[in-house]
Design a protein around this ligand. Structure first.
Ligand code: CP
Length: 309
């Protein structure tokens, strides 16, 4: 059983915990694929989504996951909430907690905001992405997709290309994939690779072709224009030409390699439209798997809450 109140990141999760989440997600996917898509596992429980940054996938999939498991769910629209009157994160959290909620999913531009919140609320806090720190549920759904399609995680070569420096998805994947015995090869312009990334277990490739050579899984990352202050690469078209993945460069990967992207995608920048819509692409399957993974986390954290309270 997952013995933790919150899910704040994967750096501190063990391989056993990650496999427990992936195995539970496989069970949840059966429910998701069934005609009924409903269980009473979380009947009487309540989930709040509190997003200080935009989201399509993470927020809606948490909300659907809660609904499919029988919980109530409410979204706090930060743009129209008392945050705009100057309410602090802790005051907002304590206010929501006073309503007897069980789960709060937070996305925040500041690294560490979910941890701060978790220290002040009784509800279980799930990190929906914090600054450039972690996006644990995205990495879990990425790894679930790799395991489902490739049958294993250990021994895989995973190539991650794109804006690694600004990517919380890259960090969570790196922590979890290396823990599970996969090789993580990264490639990007030098301005988009954190200096110390090799100390965390990544292998930084000298070329796009070297990163892709023999890869089982190829992950493109979004060029995060909103987190950059300019000057990291000359232009989007040059980025696509020299660092992007297209059908020609994808030939360096294994014949049956899969292509992943957390979304949203800048079409024609990190991945060509042919790759995005091609037969190797699992981008929409990742979205579906995101619901199953989030259902699994709510189930597991919910069970721990039942035992603890
Ligand atoms: N991958 C991801 O976090 O997508 P959203 O920003 O749409 O939630």
């Amino acid at each position: 059983m997952l013995k933790r109140k919150d899910l704040l990141g994967l750096k501190d999760c063990s391989a056993e915990e990650i496999y427990e989440i992936l195995d539970t997600a496989a069970e949840m996917k059966k429910l998701l694929d069934s005609d009924c898509k409903h269980s009473d596992l979380l009947r009487g429980k309540a989930l709040v989504t509190l997003f200080y940054e935009n989201s399509t996938r993470t927020r809606s999939s948490f909300e659907l996951a809660a609904k499919y498991l029988g919980a109530s769910e409410v979204n706090i629209s930060v743009a129209t909430s008392s945050v705009q009157k100057g309410e602090t994160l802790i005051d907002t959290g304590e206010t929501l907690d006073a309503m007897n909620i069980d789960f709060v999913v937070i996305r925040h531009p500041m690294a560490g905001a979910p941890k701060l919140l978790a220290e002040h609320v009784r509800a279980s806090v799930l990190n929906g992405g914090d600054g450039m720190h972690e996006h644990p549920t995205q990495a879990l759904l990425d790894i679930f997709t790799m395991r489902e399609k490739l049958g294993k995680v250990k021994g895989l070569k995973v190539a991650i290309l794109g804006d690694i420096k600004h990517s919380r998805v890259a960090m969570s994947n790196l922590f979890a994939l290396t823990k599970l015995g996969a090789e993580v090869h990264m490639y990007a312009p030098a301005t988009m690779i954190p200096k110390e990334i090799e100390k965390l277990g990544a292998r930084v490739a000298k070329s796009r072709e070297q990163a892709l050579d023999g890869a089982d899984a190829v992950m493109g990352l979004r060029i995060q224009l909103e987190r950059q202050h300019g000057g990291l690469f000359p232009s989007l078209s040059e980025y696509a030409k020299y660092y992007g993945v297209n059908d020609a460069t994808l030939k360096y990967a294994k014949k049956d390699a899969i292509v992943l992207h957390p979304g949203p995608v800048n079409r024609g920048v990190e991945l060509s439209p042919q790759v995005i819509d091609g037969e190797k692409s699992l981008i929409l399957e990742q979205v579906k798997n995101g619901v199953a993974v989030r259902m699994a986390l709510l189930k597991l954290l919910g069970e721990y809450r039942e035992k603890r309270l």
